[in-house]
Design a protein. Structure first.
Length: 177
């Protein structure tokens, strides 16, 4: 890769790594896995950078790569055998990582728990549609599915979130719309 291209890639990675990590966390609900997904995404983008830099939307390519990396991660057999209990064995000092505190400031724990209850495709649709503010058409392009699939997946996911809210009573109604 030429030095100018490498500099542009490093600038892109530096400017967008935090946002990609947030997207990854919303998808998988695990900060460490989100970091791994970002690294995988940036690795894949580095190889494709000569093609990607010519496009007007490299972040779109990055989001698509991140989502596909996460879906691939979910399909791996060794991942299926793991059970997440939600309990971390060691005590973590939240003040030790200011990036985590900043990223979690706007995201309520109840919403993260509710997102974890969704199927991977539904979660990907909600993250792209409502967190990344993409249109139905843009979301369908990112996920390479039809617009009707995006609409039905979003509808089912929102219904699931509403059902979780009714069961727990924790989520504010405004967060589900």
């Amino acid at each position: 890769m030429r030095a100018a291209d490498e500099d542009r890639f490093r600038e892109f990675a530096r400017d967008n790594a935090v946002a990609l990590r947030r997207y990854g966390y919303l998808l998988c609900g695990d900060w460490q896995l989100a970091e791994d997904l970002v690294q995988t995404t940036l690795y894949k983008m580095y190889g494709a950078w000569p093609r990607v830099r010519g496009t007007d939307r490299p972040m779109s390519y990055a989001r698509r790569t991140l989502i596909r990396s996460w879906l691939d991660e979910r399909r791996r057999p060794w991942r299926r055998s793991e059970r997440h209990t939600g309990a971390v064995p060691e005590v973590v000092d939240p003040a030790a990582d200011p990036a985590v505190l900043q990223q979690r400031a706007g995201l309520r724990a109840e919403l993260a728990t509710a997102l974890a209850a969704l199927a991977p495709q539904q979660r990907a649709v909600l993250v792209l549609r409502y967190f990344c503010d993409l249109t139905v058409a843009e979301t369908s392009r990112e996920l390479r599915c039809s617009e009707s699939t995006v609409r039905s997946q979003a509808s089912r996911a929102l219904k699931t979130l509403r059902d979780v809210e009714l069961e727990t009573g924790h989520l504010a109604e405004s967060e589900l719309r």
